[in-house]
Design a protein around this ligand. Structure first.
Ligand SMILES: *[C@@H]1O[C@H](CO)[C@@H](O)[C@H](O)[C@H]1NC(C)=O
Ligand SMILES: *[C@@H]1O[C@H](CO)[C@@H](O)[C@H](O)[C@H]1NC(C)=O
Length: 499
């Protein structure tokens, strides 16, 4: 749906020459709608001009690209176009040059907010721009600007005479950052000049992959404490000792709500007395993060230690991801009696054998958290039809559940039908279910082995049947799929942190 205003905006931006000429006569109230129309139709030159002359203190992608009364399309949910992002970055550079060096230009824009743009972690075609490339582009822009202004002493003097003190003119650029060892050097340089530079990088969510302890520490030191909301360090193989070095540097981030440390290689087996102390220290440090709501310790060995690790947290967690953590019944029993049950919206226990000893404690946990739970991942948990039917009563109590991840469990197509019927009746808020390839698609009705024949046609038949059941139930709003990546397309993300 497009409003009359949006239709007019589309007409206006289609004639580049006249809009360029008349931009200064356009009422500023029309800037937001023109901006969205330019992104929609990839009018990059005009987008750059709009940024250069932005008449408000804040330019925020999340607000401008939402579905709104003028245009129902939510551009924020689409992969960002490379040219458009670059046009805005160019625009901001020119904008700064104007306010710094052109007499009579006043600064309106203070904050460019590029957080919350679509990111599924996948590399895309050359026309879209991943979070990784956006991070590099912004870092380079920041370094460029810093160079220009530090070199240009003469200009600087001139500027000083004419305006307020140098340093009071700057734009904060709010971004989510994703860095790995390839881009570390450029981001580090950008962050180190950023505090003195008219373009100031402000990080909201930081993701770092495969970085050494030293590099990670460097980054944390350069990040401005205000505003860091999430730190996600993956594949860094830090171990307990590395994490214990890093965590004290995180307490300065007073609004840090989310800490993700998957593949950190914590291993509680056979701890020496020193390592035992290290584990206790790690737990204490976690307790110092006073805004923490979300924790991911996936793929570490935590058997029997959950009480020790989570017991010191100041506030109940809303999201706990513990995939492949070798948890024991005692861990799940602890959890189901802990303070966290009152708030847990998201739980990931994938990769635990729920088929025997853990089934009962898991059932108990599920019952305890059923009031709040929105997102449940139990992929690769060795669940068969029998286990699933014993779980159904507690599962169906989770009446707010939006996402259910069941991929990689040995369930049959009959088990799937039963699940679907129950879910459709009892889970009105469900949006996405990732189900496994049913076991009866394999030639010997068992779990895949190398020489096991897989019946693709049967899988497709089952898929069609699922779709028909959804149509009959009037629930085509729910996605049932075997695609594990459906998960990262935004449907089930961010149950704890706002976009
Ligand atoms: C870092 O990430 C980028 C983008 O995903 C990729 O092209 C590059 O190869 C990565 N570097 C390393 C060392 O993995
Ligand atoms: C799951 O765990 C039980 C013991 O609790 C074991 O008997 C069973 O073999 C395991 N299942 C698989 C598929 O590993």
């Amino acid at each position: 749906m497009l409003s009359l205003v949006f239709l007019c905006a589309q007409k206006v931006i289609s004639d580049h020459a006249s809009i360029t000429w008349s931009l200064k006569y356009i009422p500023k109230e029309l800037y937001p709608v023109l901006f969205k129309a330019c992104v929609l139709h990839k009018k990059v030159l005009l987008l750059q001009q709009l940024t250069e002359t932005w008449p408000f203190p804040v330019l925020c992608f999340r607000k401008l690209l939402l579905s709104d009364k003028h245009c129902s399309q939510a551009l924020l949910k689409e992969k960002p176009n490379r040219m458009c992002v670059q046009a805005v970055i160019m625009g901001i550079k020119t904008y700064l040059a104007h306010v710094l060096f052109k007499e009579g230009s006043k600064q309106q824009l203070r904050i460019l907010d590029m957080t919350g743009m679509h990111e599924d972690g996948l590399e895309h075609d050359p026309f879209t721009m991943s979070l990784w490339s956006r991070t590099v582009s912004l870092a380079k822009a920041c370094i460029d600007i810093a160079k220009v202004y530090s070199k240009d002493e003469v200009q600087r003097m001139r500027y000083k005479e004419a305006h307020a003190p140098y340093g009071s003119v700057y734009v904060e650029v709010w971004v989510d950052l994703f860095v790995n060892s390839t881009s570390f050097a450029v981001l580090r340089e950008a962050l180190s000049v950023s505090t003195q530079c008219p373009l100031r990088l402000m990080c909201r969510d930081l993701r770092a992959e495969e970085l050494s302890l030293r590099s990670t520490l460097d980054l944390l030191e350069f990040l401005s404490p205000a505003g860091v909301r999430q730190i996600d360090l993956r594949f860094n193989n830090l171990g307990l000792s590395g994490l214990n070095v890093l965590l004290p540097h995180m307490t300065k981030f007073t609004i840090l709500q989310s800490l993700k440390l998957p593949y950190s290689n914590i291993d509680v087996r056979r701890l020496s007395p020193t390592m035992e102390e290290g584990l206790q220290n790690f737990a204490c440090q976690l307790g110092q993060l006073c805004a923490l709501k979300e924790l991911n310790l996936g793929s570490s060995r935590l058997s029997g230690r959950l009480r020790q690790l989570l017991g010191g947290l100041q506030k109940p967690l809303e999201s706990l991801e513990l995939a492949f953590c070798y948890l024991l019944p005692v861990d799940l029993y602890y959890l189901s009696q802990s303070v966290h049950i009152s708030c847990l919206k998201k739980v990931d226990l994938s990769g635990h054998n729920l088929s025997q000893g853990l089934l009962q404690p898991f059932q108990q946990l599920l019952t305890e958290i059923s009031d709040c739970l929105l997102h449940l991942d139990i992929m690769e948990c060795k669940l068969t039809d029998t286990h699933l039917s014993s779980l159904l009563p507690s599962l169906c109590r989770c009446s707010h559940l939006r996402y259910l991840g069941l991929f990689g469990n040995p369930i049959s197509s009959q088990g799937l039908r039963t699940l679907l019927q129950n879910c459709l009746l009892l889970l009105p808020e469900l949006q996405l279910v990732v189900y496994p390839f049913p076991v009866d698609c394999y030639s010997d009705n068992s779990w895949p082995t190398l020489d096991n024949y897989f019946d693709q046609e049967k899988l497709e038949q089952i898929g069609t049947e699922v779709q028909q059941m959804l149509i009959i139930a009037g629930r085509t709003d729910v996605v049932w799929t075997t695609d594990v990546h459906a998960h990262s397309s935004g449907l089930s993300e961010s149950v704890v942190l706002a976009v």
